[in-house]
Design a protein around this ligand. Structure first.
Ligand code: NAD
Length: 380
């Protein structure tokens, strides 16, 4: 994410105002989503965009991201792309939600009264939509922010029957684990991770849970994280190994995280890590991880196919948190029951793998067709 370079966010005047306005106009003119509720929060200089992408299957639902962008248009573009991704994620799971995402494009990091003022005005915007938009956490939102928002709006998701906020990460990790097993079964006829080598990039909220789950089931895990201390702690807790990363940058394209031989590469950090430079270096038959937007460009899915690498589409395999939230909304709070629901990702993914093979196409094409079918059926 770029830092704010002063081009637009918070700046009402200035020589470059017109191009910024044109950028916004162009984005809105070309977007295929339903609507964007936009507000400029004068006290903090924050652009707020609630991007409602689709409501075919139910209320438009997606997280709220707080970040600093180079321009308001960059924030809007991020919100638009993420909300379209949510439509895909929800339609693939087919659980009665549409896609949305909100972006609070802040000009600088905020704390205390300034942050709470912004959040309370944002909650007012959520309330304007009367339950047609439901939201939860995304990048830049803290548990304290969620607690504060909950005092100002009822239109949040991810709460258990006792009104406690639930952390989606263990459920997302469980979905990735199920996805890895489904991919192993497809490639080798055997889903067990026992004895398999898995490289996990990113030992954060999702990666940390995934590493614990994998090692508990007997997998050999190799960890790469730019936060060396976090990686080291997890490695010693779980008896996993660190990637011997002589490039010194666990995430960069030069990193050995891509060329380390393994059965599964599980990207659980940043997006765009599958690209022209990294794909030729991969030394694994399977890629399945939680990171959003793993492909840098659409052609990358063909690059993976040409190398015979089975890719589990990110929005299918990382839907565990979303699925658990959908069932929390139906009154199911028991973690074991929620984990069972998340395991439906395995069935969905197996069907996608089969369809892709039958049609001799990429797993992404099969996933997209599944989404289109679900939406078309509902639209009639
Ligand atoms: P997080 O911020 O808790 O963890 C990310 C970890 O990746 C951190 O430890 C960070 O140090 C590390 N990292 C960052 N850049 C890196 C790089 N270039 N190379 C190696 N490590 C790097 O985030 P998270 O909640 O665990 O989410 C991880 C990914 O999964 C993100 O792409 C997120 O959008 C996606 N995702 C998360 C959830 C969820 O439930 N949290 C749900 C769906 C998708």
């Amino acid at each position: 994410m770029e830092v704010n370079q002063g081009r637009g966010i918070g700046a009402a005047g200035g020589n470059d105002r017109l191009p910024a306005v044109q950028e916004l106009e162009q984005l809105i003119e070309t977007w295929e989503g339903l609507a964007v509720l936009t507000h400029f929060d004068k006290p903090t200089g924050t652009w707020i965009f609630i991007c409602i992408h689709d409501n075919t299957l139910g209320p438009s639902t997606g997280g709220t991201r707080i970040a600093t962008y180079a321009s308001p248009a960059d924030g809007l573009l991020d919100g638009m792309r993420l909300s379209a991704g949510m439509t895909h994620k929800w339609a693939a799971a087919n659980l009665g939600f549409g896609g949305a995402k909100a972006v609070l494009a802040v000009p600088h990091p905020m704390a205390g009264d300034e942050r709470q003022g912004l959040l309370s005005r944002y909650a007012g915007m959520i309330n304007l939509l009367s339950g047609n938009f439901l939201t939860g956490e995304d990048m830049g939102i803290t548990p304290e922010d969620m607690e504060f928002l909950a005092r100002h709006t009822d239109h949040l998701h991810g709460y258990d029957v006792n009104g406690r906020k639930v952390d989606p990460s263990p459920y997302t990790a469980r979905g990735v684990l199920t996805g890895i097993k489904t991919a192993l079964e497809r490639k080798f006829g055997e889903p067990s991770v026992h004895g398999r080598t898995v490289v996990v990039q990113g030992a954060g909220n999702v990666g940390g849970h995934l590493i614990r789950m994998l090692t508990a089931e007997g997998a050999e895990v190799l960890i790469a994280d730019v936060d060396r201390e976090r990686a080291r702690n997890l490695a010693s807790e779980c008896n996993a190994r660190l990637i011997d990363d002589r490039s010194g940058a666990s995430g960069g394209n030069g990193s050995e995280v891509f060329s380390t031989e393994c059965d599964v590469f599980a990207p659980c950090a940043v997006g765009a890590i599958l690209n022209q430079e990294t794909i030729p270096r991969l030394a694994c038959p399977i890629v399945a991880g939680s990171a959003n937007n793993q492909l840098e460009e659409p052609e990358d899915v063909e690059r993976l196919r040409e190398r015979g690498i089975l890719w589990a589409p990110d929005y299918i395999v990382n839907a565990g948190g979303a699925i658990s939230f959908a069932y929390l909304g139906k009154g199911i709070s028991e973690p074991a029951e929620l984990f069972d629901k998340v395991d439906s990702i395995g069935t969905t993914l197996a069907e996608i793998f089969r369809e892709a093979e039958d049609r001799n196409e990429s797993t992404l094409a099969a996933a997209e067709r599944r989404v289109a079918r679900t939406l078309e059926r509902e639209r009639g």
